[in-house]
Design a protein around this ligand. Structure first.
Ligand code: SAM
Length: 328
């Protein structure tokens, strides 16, 4: 068998091979910090074009689908490799449709990997139908390898004290497990059958990796994970079995400017008194200030934000105290 084509872009590695064989040959045990991947969905008859209601002339035709009857063994094989190559504490995000979700979950549960979240990604351009509800979400299975410290950059996108105009916490809202992120609309541009939006990948990489860490995608497709990883100054390694997809998409990644997708992180909010027990004076101050703010006509959100800043405690702790004192 001929050796697979390998492309290097700076320190990033791209291998035109089946991911299971490619990872066995190119990735050491415990070497990857974060894996973000979107395996083929095993949809019989390949109806993704109908699914996305789009002009297929610009869609790469190299996409390799997996026979639905082999989906369970296919999932077990690549997920076992993912488990092997992740560092202890390393993390895995798998994007899955509903059709074969059962097999992906079954394979994950056969490993030592631990479930962190089941995220629902709601997208636009669902399949139009008038006789049932419109299918417009995917599942993102977020797992971690035990044995090491898992990275979760709590304030990478919003500081804990950042609020929206309605007073609600932006940080809390961003960390809810239902994500509404639109697909990219790219009329007239080449694309993979199922490209992930950069906004979704940026969010995952911001929370779950740091600059310089190794990000891996077993199913490169159009290379969106690679593009975001390079743009956010992470190191990258990826695999794609289709020669046609690999040849048409990997050279495009040379155009990505390292670091060009990094956002300035918010200034982290440090809550000095978090977790400390409340003194009698503090409780008195809380009640007194609550009465003043309430009398001034401030909204509940504004009262909590003010008390949280003055007493240097989290909003949740303030609400809990006010509730137990019968103020809220
Ligand atoms: C859902 S697409 C990935 C799309 C990608 N996330 C993007 O944003 O463009 C799945 C890709 O996996 C490739 N593929 C299928 N079987 C594979 C295998 N055994 N190893 C590596 N790649 C494979 C397909 O050719 C396809 O390009």
């Amino acid at each position: 068998m001929a050796a697979p084509t390998i492309e290097r872009i700076g320190e990033h590695l791209f291998v035109n091979a089946d991911c299971v064989r490619g990872a066995a040959a190119h990735l050491a045990d415990g070497s990857v910090d974060l894996m973000v991947t979107d395996p083929p969905y095993g949809i019989e008859g390949d109806r993704l074009d109908r699914h996305y209601n789009r002009d297929e002339r610009f869609v790469d035709d190299g996409y390799v689908e997996v026979d639905a009857r082999k989906y369970a063994s296919f999932s077990r094989a690549w997920i076992a490799q993912a488990e092997r190559v992740l560092k202890p504490g390393g993390q895995l995000y798998v994007v899955s449709g509903y059709t074969n979700l059962y097999d992906v979950l079954g394979a994950l549960r056969k490993t030592s990997l631990r479930e962190i979240n089941h995220i629902i990604w709601k997208y636009n351009f669902g399949v139009y139908t008038s006789s049932k509800f419109v299918s417009s979400h995917y599942h993102i299975l977020y797992y971690a390898k035990p044995g090491g410290r898992r990275r979760f950059n709590l304030q990478s996108r919003f500081a804990l004290d950042q609020t929206a105009a309605d007073g609600r916490s932006l940080n809390y809202r961003d960390r809810e497990d239902v994500w509404s992120i639109n697909r990219e609309y790219k009329p007239g541009q080449r694309k993979n059958k199922n490209e992930l939006p950069r906004a979704l990948l940026k969010k995952i990489l911001a929370y779950s990796s740091n600059e310089g860490e190794l990000v891996c995608d077993f199913f490169l497709g159009g290379g969106s994970t690679a593009a975001v990883a390079i743009g956010m100054n992470r190191r990258f390694v990826g695999f794609e079995v289709s020669e046609r997809t690999f040849r048409s998409r990997v050279p495009e990644l040379r155009k990505i400017v390292p670091g060009s997708l990094l956002d300035v992180p918010p200034e982290a909010h440090v809550v000095r008194n978090r977790g400390k027990s409340w003194s009698a004076e503090e409780l008195e101050q809380l009640q007194g200030r609550f009465r003043e703010l309430h009398a001034s006509g401030a909204t509940r959100g504004a009262i909590v934000a003010t008390l949280s800043a003055e007493l240097e405690r989290g909003a949740w702790a303030i609400r809990k105290r006010l509730r137990s004192a019968g103020s809220f």
